[in-house]
Write a protein that binds this ligand. Sequence first.
Ligand code: NDP
Length: 342
Amino acid sequence: HRVLLTGGNGFIGSHILAQLLDYGCTVCCTVRTEEKGDKILKDFAGQQSQISIKIVPDIVASGAYHTAVQATPTFDTVYHTASPFTYTNVESNLEFLEPAIKGTLNLLKAVKDNAPSVQRVIWTGSCASVIDYNNLVSDPARIYTEADWNPVTWDEAVHGDPSKAYRASKLFAEREAWKFMEEEQPSFDLVTLTPPATFGPLRHSIASIGELNESNSRLWKLCLNSTKDAPVPYMPVHTYVDVRDLAIAQLKAMTVPEAGNQRFIVCAKQFDFQDVCDILRSHFAELEERTPLGKPGTRSLPAGAYGIDNSKVKQFLGLEPRSLEDTVLDVARYMLDLGRKE
Ligand code: NDP
């Protein structure tokens, strides 16, 4: 396969890149600057011959991807992961919404107009476009499937708090992507993957804990570097997937023909921060003062907290999620090592 990958320098994008390279693909990564491209080449030093870099400075600009999608030999698959997911230095909700939506549409349009050889576009969404964040607990607990959509409105997206804007950016971008497919009837098909909170060791290099991506950084703050006595009792985000399992599913999204024009929630299961803290405290003596004790062995999530049905992704893409313990221990070892080097 010859693949174009956007956001290959990010947390999830670099794991997808690793899967694609190991599978034998050649991959062209689009990034915003030359430095970011050089860093990818450095991080994947042993596989540089399979990688090329193209600079797309502004994914919001009209025609942003028109040149990037053209190549000799031509691409057959496109992965889109580039989308804002950081709350640092954000001044307006549009900083989430515009790159997510326009970036997606610019890419789809470029592929349709300038890359007729592409057979499939694989788009990284989020459970943020699935879950109704105003109804997190119910009796009985709601179990979400691929048929569900976050009912957030554009008005809430623009005027709500930044987390609403992030979630809405994923919702509206995915809505627009499917609408594009319906209206434009391009010759390629679309696969959307909507993972929940994604945790795991990084594949790309960073210099400090401060550079951790958003989801791992939350885990660090809440469970490995906390001053609280008890784990967060409840979060709207209490389902997860390991980034390595997500990346395997992303690869399958390219190789499994039946995945075409399907939406997949790539989720392991519900998790409880008390469980995460129990695992951490029983393995790392150094976390005694930094990981909340809470009430070991109990549940901090309320009864009726929503869950996710992952049967579709298991059936089509063969997802076999590793255990919560494996994920927590691997990412904790990674973060503790990084913290020690600072
Ligand atoms: P990262 O922040 O590590 O990666 C984000 C990627 O998107 C980077 O390559 C970044 O490039 C690029 N990007 C961000 N904003 C822009 C912009 N305005 N213009 C161009 N490129 C941009 O985050 P993740 O790897 O976690 O996120 C990747 C995707 O996965 C996103 O679409 C996110 O919504 C989705 N996701 C993540 C989850 C998680 O828990 N981590 C869960 C569910 C979905 P640059 O380095 O130039 O900023």
